[in-house]
Design a protein. Structure first.
Lengths: 328, 326
């Protein structure tokens, strides 16, 4: 056997000291939950594009009216029923109003309705369902029967009833209070907010309750109770985060459906009042002259479709991004 | 005689069975039916019995995670069932629990550091300035690497997950830990690691354990005293040595005869029990074990045997024995 001693230099094989050991450690940089989620979201290209589209629509709805040459109710008598051109990007309607600026104003209404719907869903819906599911038993039974009752009233009937009951109050409020500045929105729109606010969380509450019922039997909930966590803390920190995927899917589904609801209500004539325009009322108006002026329907319809699609794709990406198990 | 950290007296837990549209109570599952025992400070009590005999329910009821039907538990002299919830919340950190399934007992949406540290912050166990350092200390003493604080549970193996569970319990500086089958979901090699970790932590932090298991060899390894349960009742209890060397109750004998001996030359005299464990909703009258007992006597189906306590602390509930001695 050859003498190995001569072949290598012993000084090269010394143990590391503590500091050198630390330095050799391979550690993934530690990120917070949201940084981590953002990294995953960015990798999902369609969702990223969808988010940019929504951002564009959102910013456009806010800023374009300020820099536009036309107003949504301004009638240019010399330019009625014009085909899209550089002067009027989306053309003009039969009263000579610029369709582009009307679609932009419509975006304000549709997006604000989507926003109200998701806000209501995320607060009332999630909390109501979470509390009902977590407490369970008789409380759950009563809370869910209330939901069943709300669910069973047809939306259209509900809107008409509310309109009858609240019309006077809303008119009164418009005259005397700070709400007067919202007058251009029209009382019907306020009514739509009220309707959405009072019934739109029902689906979410049911879904969250179902999720919570299954999640609360996990031992980590028991562990949290054993550590002295309070009921609200368990609901918000342990139950809701574990249902977040489902919650986001439900929210992104409910925004388009809220936009559709408003469009539908405007279409049948109980939505926003003229001359204010929403995507639904624009489509409704255009429908009458569809054969001669199809572009009047094309643009509002396109706006609705693109927005709804973008919300769905973005929701898909968000759901994956918020799930730490998707981490690679 | 050492002081008792936990004293359980006549603990009873019945779960109502509801049926029909109106959810009327149509019966009771007698999960725990009058159990008493003490756990001296710094010792480990092992609780054994087959599935469904109420071991887990005892653990949960003692910590008041499930409200008891009757009985009392004194922890450090305070009656846990009598104190208001606000006081209980303050006491929670002192008594912790380790769960059986390391997969469902960790929230998949929380990073490890948060799982371990959430309650530490909540209860102000350490000053905020020392929080990160304390977290690292706890993780290292449970055999976890401190740079894993931001990882999520799914990135760990079963054994590591159980270490996280142990770290979560330990981080609150508890005095009493209920370990509910902490190793039954793990590989045998990992089981030994976890058991030894629990033992090391016990001597380091002067912990008291209630160790629930159906694995007798594990219980023999870790316990000081052992209680044997059958259908919600304690049939025999005593220190480990007497129980394992000189079991009295026929059920204990049958249970121990089922433990495999790692020696092919030893012929095992297994006591084979006939029949199944009866339903705890309709326990048999008299001694609950009489339906399956090989030493059944006429009195057994009539009278509930009293618990007899011998001088060495050995307790047995069986008509075969009298106060004078076995």
């Amino acid at each position: 056997m050859p003498n190995m001693e001569a072949e290598f230099d012993r000084s090269l094989f010394q143990p590391l000291n503590e500091e050198q050991k630390e330095r050799n450690l391979m550690v993934r940089p530690s990120l917070t939950y949201w940084q981590d989620a953002w990294q995953r979201f960015r990798r999902h290209k369609p969702a990223l594009i969808a988010m940019l589209v929504l951002l564009l629509i959102f910013l456009g709805a806010i800023f374009i009216p300020a820099i536009s040459r036309y107003d949504y109710d301004q009638q240019i008598r010399t330019a009625r029923n014009q085909f899209p051109s550089w002067e009027h990007l989306f053309g003009t309607d039969k009263l000579g109003r610029d369709l582009f600026i009307r679609v932009v104003y419509g975006a304000r209404i549709s997006l604000s309705i989507g926003f109200v719907a998701s806000l209501i869903n995320l607060t009332i819906g999630v909390l109501y369902g979470g509390i009902s599911g977590y407490i369970g038993g008789r409380v759950d039974n009563i809370m869910m029967r209330i939901v069943d009752v709300l669910y069973s009233i047809p939306l259209l009937l509900y809107v008409i009833l509310l309109k009858v009951v609240f019309q006077d109050y809303i008119d009164e409020a418009f005259k005397n209070t700070a709400l007067a500045s919202l007058k251009s929105l029209g009382p019907e729109l306020i009514l739509i907010y009220v309707v959405l606010g009072s019934v739109y969380w029902v689906g979410m509450a049911r879904m969250v309750r179902g999720q919570v019922l299954s999640i609360k039997n996990n031992e980590y909930v028991l562990a949290a109770r054993a550590s002295g966590a309070s009921g609200p803390r368990i609901i918000l920190r342990h139950l809701v985060p574990n249902a977040i995927g489902q919650i986001i899917v439900t929210v992104t589904m409910s925004i388009p459906s809220a936009i559709f609801t408003e469009s539908f209500l405007s279409f049948i004539g109980i939505g926003v009042s003229a001359p204010m325009a929403s995507w639904g009322s624009l489509a409704s108006d255009a429908y009458k002259g569809l054969a001669s002026y199809p572009y009047l329907l094309l643009f509002p319809a396109l706006a609705i479709s693109v927005t709804v699609l973008a919300f769905n794709i973005m929701g898909d990406g968000l759901r994956d991004a918020l799930d730490p198990r998707m981490r690679r | 005689m050492p002081e008792n950290l936990v004293e359980v007296r006549n603990l009873v837990k019945h779960f109502p069975i509801r049926s029909g549209v109106l959810q009327r109570v149509s019966g009771q599952v007698r999960a725990v039916d009058g159990v008493s025992f003490d756990i001296p400070k710094g010792s480990t009590m092992g609780l054994v019995g087959e599935s469904g005999c109420g071991k887990t329910t005892i653990g949960r009821t003692i910590l008041r995670l499930v409200e008891s039907t009757a009985g009392s538990v004194r922890f450090e002299g305070e009656d846990l069932f009598a104190i208001p919830r606000s006081r209980l919340r303050v006491m929670r950190p002192r008594m912790q629990m380790i769960f059986q399934d390391p997969y469902s007992s960790l929230s998949p949406r929380m990073p490890v550091g948060e799982i371990i540290g959430e309650a530490v912050r909540e209860h102000g166990i350490v000053p905020p300035g020392e929080y990160r350092k304390y977290l690292a200390e706890v993780m290292e003493s449970c055999g976890l690497q401190k740079q894993h604080v931001d990882r999520y549970p799914h990135e760990f193996s079963g054994g590591q997950r159980q270490r996280i569970c142990i770290a979560r319990a330990l981080a609150l500086k508890p005095r009493f830990i209920v370990a509910d089958e902490p190793v039954s979901a793990l590989d045998v090699s990992i089981q030994a690691q976890i058991i030894n970790l629990l033992k090391d932590l016990q001597s380091e932090f002067a912990l008291t354990y209630l160790f629930i298991s159906h694995d007798l060899s594990v219980v023999e390894h870790i316990s000081d005293t052992v209680g044997v349960m059958y259908l919600g009742s304690m049939v025999e209890m005593g220190n480990k040595k007497t129980i394992f060397e000189k079991p009295l109750h026929p059920y204990t004998k049958a249970l121990f005869s089922a433990v495999p001996v790692p020696d092919p030359l030893v012929r095992m005299d297994r006591v084979i029990l006939e029949g199944d464990i009866p339903s705890p909703a309709h326990p048999p009258p008299g001694c609950k074990f009489h339906t399956r007992c090989p030493n059944r006597m006429e009195i057994c189906s009539r009278e509930v045997p009293e618990t007899i306590r011998y001088a060495d602390g050995h307790e047995v509930a069986c008509h075969l024995y009298s106060k004078e001695g076995p």
